[in-house]
Design a protein around this ligand. Structure first.
Ligand code: GAL
Length: 986
């Protein structure tokens, strides 16, 4: 008997392509072209065999589907059920066996067919078909003839089709396999999606045209002059009208009087490169990237990357983005003071880079490479070190650099992400360095950093980042590597994991970026949640849209909601994390004091003359005075102390209201990414009693007796209490509580922090199932005093709490004092009380920090003031429901609606108000699982919260934001008003 062994297929060959043309820049040309986007006939089959004869012109595809290319075929049908097969999400683990370079027989295959006629074009020349992105491997046929094949999903491949093309009636057929040898190099943490997902174009390549060009444009800051060399075909002419340049290509020029390009002032000089056969538009930005003294510089000024990691994502189209979405990303970034993007973890759609050139963003352009899943087998057979993969690695780097080399926004090349170590990575670096010595080379995966130009790390905590900033980090693995690395600038290629509520600790990272020249900044992980739009099949709101994450499509191997860790929700709604980041990255820092404001510029390439400033004084949120502030234009990095105008020095208010001074900086004129008046920074200071020590809670004397009720319970002024001393009604408004509450619906950071995650510790202790035992209820000198022990079953830790109620001034006053019982080993989620109020009281007006949410270590973007919202708007739409929406430093809140109102004063306290309990919040998998309680709103009033940190993938909260069990006190006033009732005093 003979066993038939499957021969190697082209797509399990490690060779990166067969027959693709050499990589080159993606040029903006006047040569003829024909977009091949739009309707294609499509068929999806379960194995690589596909459809026999599909490539033949005469093949009948009448029964095939029609899809719009570009697309990801797993998202056809979304937000309904996926039509062909489901998307799958894994972070590190490959969703197929580690058997390189082979792939399973189950290998979904998409076949595409489309007809086209040639556009009119000058005679002669060649015809080329260009694919900008096909995941993961594809073969191309024209009129029945096989043209070639390629892999490298996020890379451009071109094929010469001149020989087989006809004036009319051409049939192009493309077969795409989900899995290929290339898949081993594409283990990025994201959905596995397949198909022709970026544009396809037929290009005419004129005889005597321009196949490629390379613009080298430097800027000598000392001499304030530019240098220009445009490499191109012999005889080509460079034309830059604004600079009066009309010169042959390939000749170095010194250009006087140029303005440099930077992310702050993205000055582009537009022009052309021409040959007799073709004219190509170019956009030149003069800038020089250098490393001096372990400091990364551009145009002689230190480069601080205030960046984000950006995957390409859209909740309906996946990694296929249209220009509007790319532009929306860039504008949102600019509006949030972001100045840099790492294109994690592949070169983006090329149009994104053109936008970065135009709007001004520094780009770390990353190659399409990740082999992270080999870590699961101890990096055994990791392609990074195997010679058989060398060509594939080099091909990927070559395609990245050649396509993007003319973008001034690109300041560094990244070899890829999380691919371990190996000679193939070193070869990529060596090739990139000789091809483009004018940019730095980055790779994080090898901490020795021997073949790169920046020392890069992900998720280093604040303390380690500071140590590196000082140059005092532990040595690299040998003396030579150590000496090399100590001379390198440092970059956090990923930090501040923005999963769920958070991240906390941004302000402290920003301070480190400011403090140490060696720290070139970093990139927050990550820009957007990769949620996929789906409709709830049933549940409380059938048909309502939610965003699916790993496991929602029944994947057998997946990493849950780890795919939703961005600063934007999937629908591009900014999260409060993004608001925090905007403050951490603000171009000017404003530090107001009672008599003036210190203004410090973080800009490195421009003065601040494009900014205008305002001041405002508010007493308990009520505007008292405001005006414009004259701040001299600060030089890059400059600082000034500016007095407030005389009119701002209003006499101090009588004791009572808090007076806050707000100073803000705005765009004086419209920018391409925001209108005039857009706020770029603000600062606040309390100016009424700056020397005042923290408020001591007052305990007013009771002014009404506490009377036992015949039916049991107590009447205290407007409040009726049950026999256990729990407030049941206040001035006709029914209430439940308040009583001690320590639990919060765990955040992603609570759930996933390294070691024993807080959420696991809390559940093990039983903080989610506390029991209340009333120890005593007694009337004492007109007050109602209730003492309770609050502890979980089976444990001897918890809290003793005393609630002491007085009638006061027509309302009630409550003093809560909580004292820990037993030996607590874990932090406490919250210290405070919760109560339920009628569901109709859904209008919320508060005096405190707002308008957004705030937590102990994420409190920079909110300001003191008076705010109004409805309860629904206080919730953040986290992809996986969790603790959110807290408002800190609240001194007064009124909940009203349905002709009733409840006001709580005192504190200051931390407020949440939700249409559901924290238990319901914790139990929900998606927002559409949450059912508003028809009767009650759940309100928490807290003394403190545990910090957020970014422990889901990185450091936990800084020590000062850890909430350990401790004695706490809350002093609160309650007043209510119900329709037809008087006497609450409210
Ligand atoms: C990093 C990785 C990213 C992402 C992140 C966690 O290790 O480079 O791709 O997985 O962790 O969200």
């Amino acid at each position: 008997m003979t066993a038939a062994r499957q021969g190697p297929a082209w797509f399990t060959d490690t060779a990166p392509h067969h027959g693709a043309l050499a990589p080159r820049a993606l040029l903006d040309t006047d040569a003829a072209s024909l977009p091949l986007d739009g309707a294609w006939a499509f068929r999806c089959s379960a194995t690589a065999a596909g459809t026999a004869g599909f490539e033949e012109s005469g093949f009948d595809d009448g029964s095939w589907a029609r899809v719009q290319v570009p697309h990801c075929w797993q998202l056809e049908g979304v937000p309904g059920p996926p039509r062909y097969s489901a998307p799958a999400y894994t972070n590190v683990t490959y969703p197929f066996p580690l058997d390189p370079p082979d792939v399973p027989d189950e290998n979904q295959t998409g076949e595409y067919r489309r007809r086209f006629d040639l556009p009119s074009a000058p005679a002669g020349g060649r015809w080329v078909v260009r694919f900008e992105g096909v995941d993961s491997a594809f073969e191309v046929y024209l009129n029945g003839e096989r043209i070639g094949d390629a892999m490298g999903s996020r890379l451009v491949h071109e094929f010469d089709v001149t020989a087989g093309v006809r004036p009319t009636g051409n049939l192009i057929a493309v077969r795409v396999h989900q899995w290929s040898a290339g898949s081993y190099l594409e283990d990025q943490d994201m959905w596995w999606l397949s198909g022709i997902f970026r544009p396809v174009t037929l290009l005419h390549r004129p005889a005597d045209g321009i196949d490629d060009l390379f613009v080298h444009a430097g800027f000598n800051a000392a001499a304030r002059q530019g240098s220009l060399l445009v490499e191109g075909p012999r005889g080509a002419v460079v034309h830059l009208p604004e600079l009066g340049i009309e010169a042959p290509a390939n000749e170095p020029l010194v250009v006087q009087g140029v303005e440099p390009w930077s992310a702050e002032v993205p000055r582009l000089y537009r022009g052309t490169l021409s040959t007799p056969g073709e004219t190509v538009r170019i956009a030149v930005g003069f800038r020089t990237v250098a490393i001096e003294d372990a400091t990364l510089t551009v145009n002689g000024a230190p480069l601080k990357l205030r960046g984000v990691n950006r995957h390409e994502w859209h909740p309906r189209t996946g990694r296929t983005l249209d220009l509007d979405t790319m532009r929306a990303d860039v504008e949102l970034m600019k509006r949030h003071n972001i100045n840099a993007v790492r294109t994690s973890h592949y070169p983006p759609d090329a149009r994104f880079l053109a936008l970065c050139d135009e709007y001004g963003l520094w780009v770390l352009d990353e190659c399409d490479l990740e082999t992270h899943g080999f870590v699961k087998v101890g990096w055994h057979r990791n392609p990074s070190g195997e010679p058989v993969w060398r060509d594939a690695f080099l091909d990927r780097m070559t395609r990245t650099v050649e396509r993007d080399k003319n973008h001034p926004c690109v300041v560094g090349w990244s070899l890829g992400n999380e691919s371990g170590r190996g000679a193939n990575l070193e070869s990529m670096a060596a090739w990139a360095r000789q091809r483009d010595p004018d940019r730095f080379i980055h790779y994080e995966g090898d901490w020795d950093s021997t073949y790169v130009d920046v020392y890069s790390r992900m998720y280093a905590d604040h303390a380690e980042t500071e140590l590196i900033g000082r140059g005092e980090e532990p040595p690299a693995s040998g003396p030579a590597a150590d000496a090399h690395r100590r001379a390198l600038p440092f970059v956090l290629c990923e930090y501040a994991h923005a999963m769920g509520t958070g991240p906390g600790g941004l302000a402290e990272y920003a301070a480190l970026f400011d403090a140490y020249p060696r720290i070139a900044g970093g990139f927050v992980w990550e820009w957007i949640d990769h949620g996929i739009a789906q409709r709830a099949p049933g549940g409380p709101t059938p048909g309502a849209e939610f965003f699916a994450y790993g496991g929602d499509f029944g994947e057998d191997v997946h990493d849950g909601n780890f795919v939703a860790d961005g600063l934007l929700f999937p629908d591009r709604r900014p999260s409060s994390g993004l608001a925090e980041l905007a403050v951490a990255y603000a171009p000017v820092v404003l530090e107001p004091r009672p008599d003036g404001v210190r203004v410090r510029s973080r800009l490195a390439h421009r003065d601040t003359s494009h900014l205008a400033y305002r001041w405002r004084i508010e007493d308990d949120g009520e505007a008292v005075a405001s005006g414009v502030l004259d701040v001299p234009a600060l030089e890059p990095g400059g600082c000034a102390d500016v007095p407030l105008p005389r009119s701002a020095a209003a006499p101090p208010p009588p004791p009572g209201p808090e007076r806050w001074l707000t100073v803000s900086a705005h765009l004086a004129e419209a920018a391409p990414w925001a209108g005039a008046g857009h706020e770029v920074a603000f600062g606040q200071a309390r100016v009424d009693r700056p020397e005042e020590p923290p408020r001591r809670p007052s305990r007013p004397a009771g002014d009404a007796p506490c009377l036992p009720l015949a039916a049991g319970g107590w009447q205290l002024g407007p409040g009726r209490f049950d026999a256990a001393g729990r407030l049941a009604e206040l001035a006709g408004v029914p209430l439940v509580g308040p009583r001690l509450d320590l639990w919060r619906a765990p955040t992603d950071n609570d759930e996933r922090a390294p070691g024993t995650a807080p959420a696991a510790a809390w559940r093990a202790l039983g903080l989610d199932r506390l029991r209340h035992r009333t120890v005593s209820v007694a009337e004492e000198q007109g007050a109602l005093s209730v003492v309770a022990h609050v502890m979980p079953a089976g444990r001897d830790v918890g809290y003793e709490v005393e609630y002491r109620w007085h009638a006061h001034d027509g309302g009630l006053h409550l003093d809560v004092v909580g004292s820990p019982l037993g030996a607590w080993q874990v932090p406490v989620p919250r210290l405070g009380v919760r109560l339920a109020v009628p569901a109709a009281l859904r209008r919320v007006e508060w005096l405190g920090l707002g308008p957004g949410e705030s937590y102990p270590d994420a409190v920079a973007s909110v300001r003191q003031g008076r705010f109004t919202a409805c309860v629904a708007d206080l919730q953040e739409p986290c992809v996986r429901p969790q603790e959110n929406g807290a408002r800190r430093c609240v001194r007064r809140v009124t909940l009203s609606g349905g002709a009733a109102a409840l006001t709580v004063t005192g504190g200051p306290f931390i407020l949440t108000a939700r249409p559901w309990t924290s238990e319901a919040l914790a139990a929900a998998a998606h927002p559409t699982d949450l059912v508003p309680d028809p009767h009650w709103l759940w309100v928490t009033l807290d003394a403190e919260h545990h910090g957020l940190g970014s422990g889901a993938c990185g450091p936990v909260e800084l020590p000062q934001y850890r909430l350990d069990a401790r004695r706490f006190r809350l002093s609160l006033g309650f007043r209510a008003e119900a329709a037809g009732r008087k006497g609450s005093g409210g």
